[in-house]
Design a protein around this ligand. Structure first.
Ligand code: UDP
Length: 334
């Protein structure tokens, strides 16, 4: 147990962040959340202090770092919509880069040196390889991906001269939810495939639009590496342990090494829910690569990361369970 080790979870009210808070609590840490609630939901957080504010607010950060002796900072507060990043690049650079710079500055002034950053497969752009490992060229194709690269570059430069120790974890497609149904995936508006498919299964939307069926894949639809959110959170715990033991910097892909097409996701969800899930074929989404699958063997070898929920079935079943629980919670709250 890591009793009373305080961890600042920035963006802890969001999808991955709230699962991280739960994971930290279950592992005996003491998480404290900073979230501006622009995307996150306070009702997801139980028995944890949630400070509502911006990571660009230096005064607020100073207060927080003075109040708590944080052992580490975990950063989940980036904006994540590719199309929005193309439309509003400044918003993305302000939040994802400038505000992160401020967080790092204050954190280091308070002698907190362990930092874990949620990076993304988007740093690789559209690589032409079957399995993407960390040696693949960094070649982002949109402001979202570039904002992640900028933070990674910043981390390297700062760590070269400051006591900063960091892990940058490049998620592929985070999916699923807490298997015990305590939390859910909830984006507003929803844009992610699995929750959209499940909304269609539950009759909350009439159909799903498949963004292109003419890709060079077996069934023509895009292939992604869906990785369970609890496995992602577990990797953060391992990365934190490694930092505490002295590792200076780490960059790891987090994925399962297995890809599933959009069509396979729909078919799996049909089997699990028994619902029809109607779909229509729409145009491809700008900047969507045909295939993105991780080689995450480095995280497995160096962090001893073992994936617990590799099956797409589990991710979809857990997401469905969380949606049912959330439905009940929202009815009670109303
Ligand atoms: N997708 C789709 N219809 C939707 C949403 C997503 O066909 O309504 C596809 C999308 O083109 C991609 C995959 O599902 O190939 C996963 O998309 P998501 O937005 O969940 O994650 P991304 O890969 O963009 O991070």
């Amino acid at each position: 147990m890591h009793t009373n080790q305080a961890v600042l979870v920035v963006g802890g009210a969001g999808y991955v962040g709230s699962h991280m808070v739960l994971t930290l609590q279950r592992a005996g840490y003491f998480p404290v959340v900073l979230d501006n609630l622009s995307k996150g939901h306070r009702h997801t957080l139980k028995n944890v202090e949630c400070v509502v504010g911006e990571m660009s607010d230096t005064e607020l950060l100073n207060q927080l770092f003075t109040k708590y002796q944080f052992n580490a900072v975990m950063h989940f507060a980036s904006f994540i919509e590719v199309s929005e990043s193309i439309q509003f690049p400044l918003r993305y650079y302000q939040n994802n880069v400038a505000a992160t710079m401020n967080l790092l500055d204050v954190m280091l002034q308070h002698q907190v040196k362990h930092f874990i950053f949620s990076s993304s497969a988007a740093v690789y752009g559209q690589p032409n390889v079957a399995l993407i490992d960390e040696t693949c060229a960094i070649a982002p194709i949109n402001p979202y991906g570039r904002s992640k690269c900028m933070v990674e570059a910043m981390l390297h430069d700062i760590a070269a001269v400051e006591p900063l120790q960091f892990a940058s974890l490049r998620y592929f497609n985070a999916a699923g939810a807490d298997p015990e149904g305590q939390l859910s995936e909830c984006h507003e508006p929803e844009s992610h495939l699995i929750p959209l498919v499940l909304q269609a299964a539950r009759g909350e939307r009439s159909h799903i639009t498949i963004f292109g069926d003419d890709y060079l894949t077996e069934d023509g639809t895009c292939i992604r590496d869906y990785v369970h959110v609890m496995d992602i959170c577990h990797a953060h715990l391992l990365a934190l342990d490694a930092l505490v033991k002295g590792r200076k910097k780490m960059i790891y892909n987090l994925g399962t090494g297995r890809g599933h097409s959009v069509m396979q996701v729909i078919k799996t969800a049909r089997r699990i829910t028994g619902a029809a899930i109607p779909f229509v074929i729409g145009s491809p989404r700008v900047g969507d690569p045909a295939i993105l699958v991780a080689d995450a063997s480095l995280a497995m070898a160096e962090l001893n990361w073992v994936i617990k929920y590799k099956a797409l079935d589990d991710m979809i079943a857990h997401a469905l369970k969380a949606m049912k629980v959330r439905g009940v919670t929202l009815e009670v709250e109303n």
